[in-house]
Design a protein around this ligand. Structure first.
Ligand code: FES
Length: 177
């Protein structure tokens, strides 16, 4: 009699556990989908032409994505005298961007759009030779690799987020896990 009761109790317990799992599964699944959606962002670059900049919002911050011309890439590789931190030794970026061009690919530059002085959002500066971005608040200027020029109030180069490419024209912004 005692054994039958014990077996019945075990069966009920097992069904309760299985039931609880099935009830909570949709919530677990939707929260992981939400987390993935929040932490990753795919950006289509097929409409981004040379010398243009695309802007998206990710993790509550503006991100700029610029397509560089051959001339701009050449200028980035040459210039350094007039820059505060030409090799980004004091700036924030993933390891793959700790170089002169500060990017995974030569033709695509990706950075957070906040100026490193007080966080204003930098604007494109298409008419100034050598300057790609300028801060509207206190005029700090940055080259095509987001490197800040000497004399600017911004202390560091623009911050680079972690990212990769799913295909030639699909960029994936993603946090480091
Ligand atoms: S916030 Fe950009 S220079 Fe001050």
């Amino acid at each position: 009699m005692i054994d039958r009761r014990r077996i019945l109790t075990r069966i009920v317990q097992s069904f309760s556990i299985i039931g609880a799992f099935f009830v909570s599964y949709p919530f677990i699944k939707s929260s992981s989908i939400f987390e993935k959606r929040y932490l990753e962002l795919e950006v289509d670059l097929s409409d981004l032409s040379t010398d243009k900049t695309k802007r998206v919002s990710w993790l509550g911050r503006p991100v700029i994505i610029a397509r560089r011309s051959r001339q701009e890439i050449a200028a980035i590789k040459e210039s350094q005298e007039e820059l505060k931190d030409p090799f980004s030794e004091r700036s924030h970026q993933p390891d793959f961007a700790k170089n002169k061009k500060r990017s995974m690919r030569d033709d695509i530059f990706v950075a957070f759009g906040n100026c490193t002085h007080l966080g204003c959002i930098v604007k494109d500066s298409p008419d100034e030779v050598g300057t790609r971005f300028r801060c509207p608040c206190h005029e700090s200027s940055f080259d095509g690799a987001g490197r800040v020029f000497r004399g600017a109030l911004a202390p560091k180069n623009l911050e680079i987020p972690n990212y990769g490419f799913i295909s030639k024209n699909i960029l994936l912004l993603t946090v480091v896990k």
